[in-house]
Ligand binder design. Structure first.
Ligand code: HEC
Ligand code: HEC
Ligand code: HEC
Ligand code: HEC
Ligand code: HEC
Ligand code: HEC
Ligand code: HEC
Ligand code: HEC
Length: 335
């Protein structure tokens, strides 16, 4: 005990002498120092001294416990005090809360009674732990990545350390709290009512105004809620991880096939191929109007079958994975 106190004191003194002066100047901060001083990260990011990609990843690492814990912690221990009382703030040292809210899930709201009734005990506990509200640890069960439960193996099966995971489908996690029935009603691809009428409400998830189906000839004839980065129409509900060019990221941990970044502007030879295959297969392959980039709806048709009057634009609607063509890769790649 005495020894370890001495060692950490010594380490602190050494750190103060050897590392601190290093970036009183302009040198990039060392990952090891950042992991011991995560509270300094937001200011370094704001001042530009640190780039986003340089924030060290403490998860599933042996020597990064201090990024979240105070003092000495041992794998397998029963308790381990955290650096911050407010867990969201602790995560926010490295994860910009505004970005997390945009892509994944908001925090700080108190679950309505029916949510509490539905939740398994460990979810309820996580809400209590955060003072009655949803926090990052409601869904991310950090002790899984503390290497305190079964070593590194869970990393493969549950890489995002989901509470109660791994899950076969992301919505299985959602339904720990949300009512599957009302969640279904939030399906923006449900665009025609049971009576066969157009559900114009649904158009506003993505379109600024209800498109005129008789007059629209292509993507240039409709307007969207946003102009750039049209993938944001989708990523709020479908976060985009290593996809596509491989299987959709699943909690089973498989990212086989790699994750080529497809949200790019196709080079000339690809554009020629697209023009050719559009005709050949009688389909639309829309590109983002502002930038000419590939985006989600280049490959996926987000509409319900029958919404589009033009036959090529209707293809893929409600089909397998909403793909505009079964062999979607061959639309652009010679294969
Ligand atoms: C990214 C943040 C983070 C990192 C890094 C981290 N932990 Fe944790 N750890 C937590 C949180 C959050 C809890 C849950 C605390 C609670 O429930 O009160 C926790 C809990 C624990 C517990 C309590 C036992 C349990 O299963 O709940 C131990 C022991 C522990 N961590 C050890 C470690 C060790 C050892 C390391 C380094 C190998 C480490 N942690 C790295 C965030 C982290
Ligand atoms: C010291 C900085 C740091 C802290 C503190 C931190 N993270 Fe991370 N986290 C990272 C980095 C860096 C990555 C990797 C990001 C990437 O590759 O895009 C990451 C990745 C993740 C991932 C994705 C899984 C993975 O391994 O890529 C989740 C989920 C996550 N963090 C949740 C949390 C939560 C919840 C907290 C608070 C309890 C937290 N993090 C605290 C830096 C941090
Ligand atoms: C209601 C559940 C929920 C809450 C609350 C939540 N997350 Fe997540 N988080 C998820 C899901 C689901 C994913 C996986 C997205 C995917 O499939 O790519 C995720 C993914 C992540 C990732 C990886 C994102 C990426 O693109 O690599 C990070 C980092 C992360 N969460 C951090 C946080 C932080 C920090 C908080 C608290 C501010 C938080 N999460 C709160 C459900 C949640
Ligand atoms: C730990 C519980 C919990 C989990 C798990 C969870 N949510 Fe939530 N979510 C909430 C709470 C609480 C609210 C706020 C509800 C309210 O105030 O009516 C909310 C609100 C939302 C909203 C805001 C719009 C609305 O009113 O419905 C969306 C969208 C949402 N969640 C999607 C998801 C998705 C997608 C998942 C799965 C990846 C998920 N949630 C998992 C607790 C959870
Ligand atoms: C989930 C997002 C989303 C929803 C909801 C949505 N759209 Fe679209 N819509 C798009 C995207 C992206 C495009 C451009 C790609 C394309 O042409 O299909 C588009 C294009 C169109 C086009 C032009 C298609 C063409 O190529 O000729 C029409 C017409 C249209 N939408 C009508 C509707 C109507 C009517 C609704 C409501 C019932 C609706 N959309 C709901 C995303 C959506
Ligand atoms: C408000 C949430 C929401 C938004 C926004 C949204 N979706 Fe969906 N999406 C869903 C739900 C819920 C389902 C499952 C029900 C279904 O298959 O009809 C789904 C299903 C899908 C599927 C089929 C998944 C499968 O396994 O078969 C694809 C592909 C898809 N969406 C693509 C998109 C694209 C592309 C966009 C943007 C243009 C988009 N979605 C926008 C909620 C959303
Ligand atoms: C280059 C074509 C392409 C682009 C661009 C693309 N996808 Fe996909 N997507 C696919 C293919 C192919 C599959 C089916 C993989 C399979 O068979 O499992 C798929 C599957 C999916 C699924 C179903 C996931 C599941 O559980 O099976 C969703 C949801 C989805 N994509 C959403 C998106 C979103 C959101 C974007 C934009 C950020 C996007 N896709 C961009 C080709 C594409
Ligand atoms: C809409 C057109 C389009 C579709 C559809 C498409 N790709 Fe691509 N793909 C591209 C473009 C453009 C690039 C980037 C080429 C470059 O920069 O030279 C690319 C790059 C790749 C790469 C990176 C390696 C390389 O050749 O540079 C792989 C792997 C890949 N795609 C696989 C697939 C698979 C698998 C599918 C089907 C699921 C698919 N693509 C569907 C357009 C597409």
């Amino acid at each position: 005990m005495r020894n370890s106190v001495h060692i950490s004191l010594l380490a602190a003194v050494l750190a103060a002498f050897c590392i601190m002066p290093l970036y009183a100047g302009n040198a990039a901060p060392e990952p090891a120092w950042l992991l011991e001083n995560p509270e300094k990260i937001p200011a370094l990011l704001a001042s530009g001294e640190l780039a986003f990609e340089e924030v060290p990843n403490p998860h599933w690492q042996e020597n990064s416990c201090a990024a979240c814990h105070q003092g000495e912690v041992e794998a397998g221990g029963a308790v381990a005090p955290l650096r911050n009382e407010n867990i969201n703030e602790m995560c926010a040292n490295c994860h910009d809360p505004s970005m997390v809210a945009e892509y994944i899930h908001a925090v700080d709201m108190s679950p309505p009674d029916d949510f509490m009734g539905r939740m398994p005990d460990e979810f309820k506990k996580s809400i209590e732990q955060a003072g009655g509200v949803v926090s990052c640890v409601a869904c991310h069960d950090l002790p899984i990545q503390c290497l305190s439960r079964g070593g590194i193996a869970p990393k493969r099966f549950n890489p995002f350390f989901f509470r109660g995971g791994p899950y076969n489908s992301r919505t299985d996690l959602c339904f720990k709290c949300h009512d599957p029935m009302s969640y279904q009603r939030k399906n923006p691809h449900d665009q025609i009512t049971d009576e066969g009428d157009l559900n114009t409400e649904a158009c506003f998830y993505c379109h600024e105004t209800t498109p005129n189906r008789t007059k629209s000839r292509d993507i240039y004839d409709v307007s969207f809620n946003i102009n750039e980065s049209l993938e944001k129409l989708c990523t709020g509900c479908h976060p985009y991880k290593p996809h596509p060019g491989g299987v959709w990221f699943s909690s089973r941990g498989s990212t086989a096939g790699g994750g080529a970044n497809h949200l790019v502007m196709p080079p000339d030879d690809f554009l020629q191929q697209i023009i050719k295959t559009r005709k050949q297969y009688d389909i639309v392959i829309p590109l983002e109007p502002e930038t000419g980039r590939i985006f989600c709806a280049t490959c996926h048709n987000p509409h319900e079958r029958g919404v589009q009057y033009l036959a090529p634009a209707d293809k893929g609607a409600d089909g397998y994975k909403r793909l505009r063509r079964t062999h979607i890769c061959s639309v652009c790649h010679d294969m």
